[in-house]
Design a protein around this ligand. Structure first.
Ligand code: NDP
Ligand code: GDP
Length: 341
């Protein structure tokens, strides 16, 4: 009989890639979606799996709805990917973020423990928990110092996942994933904001992309590689915590440079601080500049992960490089942008 997987947040970036992977592996995939006034299935459509995912109404805020969904699906594996996932928004909506990203996980774990304790559980934890980093690179042993309500909520969820594993013997794993992107990344994250913005400039619909802190550094990988690691964690004999990362870190400026080159611009940096801007050498036009409104109340300046444990234990390693990722995202947005005419 086919294994049954329940994926919360299936309409998000990782949900779509994971659903595709699980379908390819022969799973029955149940995708949890919260109600929305407008259709939000574009990622499943882009991956060609819209008709293959069994869509279930699921909202992490609503305990009874979660209970009915778990009772109906009786999943063998539950991947909790649903979240208010945007750090900047968490400073504006800290309570909602905590309700979804922290208490939502408490609701799920309680229901798994009560209704389906044999179900293997994956929690989408994040490198943002390292925040003001204590050491570089960061491993599963590096202490946390979260710098946003999002990261604080995720740290609660991480510790609760560990606790349910230890206290109740659940097969519960926490994947501490560093930033991972793709052409399906949400519009507000910096990588996609850059590639969408540059594509719009290329096609004459925008003048300039405005960003916040371009000196900050991230360990960016490809989401399609990272969902493989999630699945591998749940195939282990026991639950555990694993960092997934590329091991390389780059500034936002470096991402701009690679994406801009892929869009046919040749960037020179001018100015510093709030005056920093990227000028296209060919046209002498400023295509990227700073707008301090995108600065965060507290910043995570640098993240760089060490995924040795995942490499050794899970045989996992990412395939796509930073340059390939930025180029693929840029090319996808140039193609999409062309169709707008
Ligand atoms: P996305 O924001 O693309 O997807 C999150 C999904 O969760 C969306 O489909 C969203 O629904 C859904 N959701 C939000 N609130 C609720 C709710 N109350 N009940 C049910 N569903 C809800 O995130 P990603 O796919 O990029 O990330 C997946 C997970 O991994 C998230 O938990 C994220 O925090 C975590 N993570 C991501 C990293 C990354 O770099 N991508 C790094 C580390 C961790 P809707 O479409 O309606 O908004
Ligand atoms: P995060 O690591 O989960 O916060 O992912 P983001 O893609 O949202 O941000 C990555 C880094 O880019 C952070 O240090 C942001 O401060 C920085 N950044 C600079 N300008 C922007 C911007 O305009 N939007 C976003 N989202 N991030 C920006």
């Amino acid at each position: 009989m086919a294994k049954r997987a329940l994926v919360t947040g299936v309409l998000g970036q990782d949900g779509a890639y994971l659903a595709k992977l699980l379908l390819e592996k022969g799973y029955e995939v149940y995708g949890g979606e919260r109600r929305s006034a407008s259709l939000n299935t574009w990622r499943l459509e882009e991956l060609g799996i819209l008709g293959d995912v069994r869509q279930m109404p699921l909202d992490l805020l609503e305990m009874t709805n979660l209970m009915r969904t778990i009772e109906t699906v009786r999943p063998d594996e539950l991947y909790n990917l649903a979240a208010q996932s945007f750090v900047a928004a968490s400073f504006e909506q800290p309570i909602l973020t905590a309700e979804i990203d922290a208490m939502g996980v408490a609701r799920l774990l309680e229901l798994v423990r009560t209704i389906q304790p044999q179900c293997r559980f994956y929690q989408a934890s994040t490198s943002e928990m390292f925040g003001l980093v204590r050491e570089t690179p960061q491993t599963e042993m590096t202490p946390f110092h979260p710098r946003s309500p999002y990261a604080v909520a995720k740290a609660f969820a991480h510790y609760l996942t560990v606790n349910y594993r230890e206290a109740f013997g659940l097969h519960a794993s926490s994947g501490i994933l560093f930033n991972h992107e793709s052409p399906l990344r949400g519009h507000e994250f910096v990588t996609r904001k850059i590639t969408m913005g540059l594509a719009a400039i290329r096609h004459g619909r925008e003048e300039v992309v405005e960003l916040g802190n371009m000196e900050s550094q991230r360990d960016w990988g490809f989401a399609g590689d990272y969902v493989q690691g999630m699945w591998r964690m749940l195939q282990e004999p026991q639950g555990d915590d694993f960092v997934l990362a590329t091991g390389a870190t780059h500034t936002v400026k470096a991402f701009v440079e690679v994406a801009a080159a892929a869009a046919g611009f040749n960037v020179a940096w001018e100015g510093a601080g709030e005056q920093l801007r990227a000028v296209d050498r060919k046209s002498s036009r400023t295509i990227v500049r700073v707008n301090p409104k995108f600065y965060r109340p507290a910043e995570v300046e640098i993240l760089q992960g060490d995924a040795s444990k995942a490499r050794t234990r899970l045989g996992w390693k990412p395939a796509m490089t930073f340059e390939q990722l930025a180029t693929a995202m840029m090319e996808a947005d140039l193609r999409r942008s062309q169709h707008l005419f």
